[in-house]
Design a protein around this ligand. Structure first.
Ligand code: FES
Ligand SMILES: [Fe+2]
Length: 343
């Protein structure tokens, strides 16, 4: 559809509440590095688009995830990561095993009919893809591998995930709706105007910068002008961004998470080849930061324009912005599907 989503969908708190229920509460989302929960007894607390989730590796070695909310009166149970043998709530000390079972609840023996088996942590979905950890607040969701679809295969054309080592996490954000940020990531129509350095390095000609919608992700493929080396940029629905720039092996991955209708919080976990050259790395981060600053200015300007409320919607150029059309259709479908489930 060439008409964009209504601009009101980018500024409205009610719509964001619907998105949280229809999208974020039931979607696979990047949750950090699988290495953080590789040892029995380890845990990692994450935010999955507004839903607190805790991932554990229990003593038997099973990877599990739970909604990180106490079954007693709803306190968030834990944060950070590390090792522990139980999860004890800081409010009234209800204590859960890493398998989610309620082990003890002080004074519960004084309550006739209290059955701890009814008050285990609510399970969530968890899965790994190479070095990456994903969670889904909905334990009944399709397996992660089904959601990834062809993405691992496409990425493997240009990068060997097992040959990368973690370098660092960079946190940032923008005063814009999460969909504005996603959509800016889904086209390179703006590259010649807004990213002069990127467009000097990367061939952004519409015949050679390729955009491919897939059922669960949007793919972009490009080449460096000088070396011919290939790069890829992906959005795995709903909000995981993956970047592989042309050049020395590199990959960054992270969520584009709503923190309110007008605010998006992000981080990227950066991975490189173990022998990456320090000078190359400095130039890489300078380049990446510059593109990031340029994009932040763009999305914040879009948010101000949309929030002014004077225009109802915009007009997509379907040959240059097919991935925006695909993403916007996907968002519409998720919201409609949720309405049907509730009806
Ligand atoms: S809210 Fe967790 S023990 Fe009371
Ligand atoms: Fe951009």
């Amino acid at each position: 559809m060439s008409e964009t989503l209504p601009f009101s969908w980018y500024v409205d708190g009610d719509l964001l509440r619907r998105e949280r229920a229809a999208i974020f509460a039931r979607s696979w989302q990047y949750a950090g590095r699988a290495a953080l929960v590789s040892e029995p007894g380890s845990f990692l607390a994450v935010d999955a688009g507004g839903v607190p989730v805790v991932v554990t590796r229990d003593e038997a070695g099973t990877l599990r995830a739970f909604i990180n909310v106490c079954r007693h009166r709803g306190a968030v149970l834990t944060d950070g990561c590390g090792r522990r043998s139980t999860i004890q709530c800081h409010y009234h000390a209800w204590t859960y095993g890493l398998d989610g079972a309620l082990r003890t609840a002080p004074r519960s023996e004084r309550e006739p009919g209290f059955d701890p088996a009814e008050w285990s942590l609510r399970p969530a979905g968890v899965g790994t893809w190479g070095p990456f950890l994903f969670v889904n607040p909905d334990a009944d969701a399709v397996p992660l591998a089904d959601h990834l679809g062809e993405l691992p295969e496409l990425l493997a054309r240009d990068i060997d995930l097992d040959g990368l080592v973690f370098h660092s996490r960079v946190e940032f954000g923008a005063d814009a709706n999460w969909k504005v940020v996603v959509e800016n990531f889904l086209e390179c129509y703006h590259c010649p105007t807004a990213h002069p350095a990127f467009s000097a390095d990367v061939d952004v000609h519409p015949d050679r910068y390729l955009l491919e919608p897939h059922p669960t992700f949007c793919a972009q493929f490009c080449r460096a002008k000088a070396s011919g080396k290939r790069g890829q940029f992906h959005l795995l629905y709903p909000n995981t961004g993956i970047n592989v720039f042309p050049g020395s092996p590199n990959l960054s991955i992270g969520p584009i998470a709503p923190a309110g209708p007008h605010r998006t919080e992000r981080y990227l976990d950066y991975f490189f080849a173990p022998d990456v050259d320090e000078t190359w790395l400095r130039e890489f981060f300078d380049f990446d930061n510059q593109v990031g600053r340029e994009d932040t200015a763009l999305v914040e300007s879009v948010q101000r324009g949309m929030a002014s409320g004077v225009l109802e919607h915009g007009r997509l150029l379907l040959n240059s912005e097919p991935l925006l059309a695909a993403f916007q259709d996907w968002v519409r479908e998720q919201l409609q599907g949720d309405e049907q489930r509730l009806a």
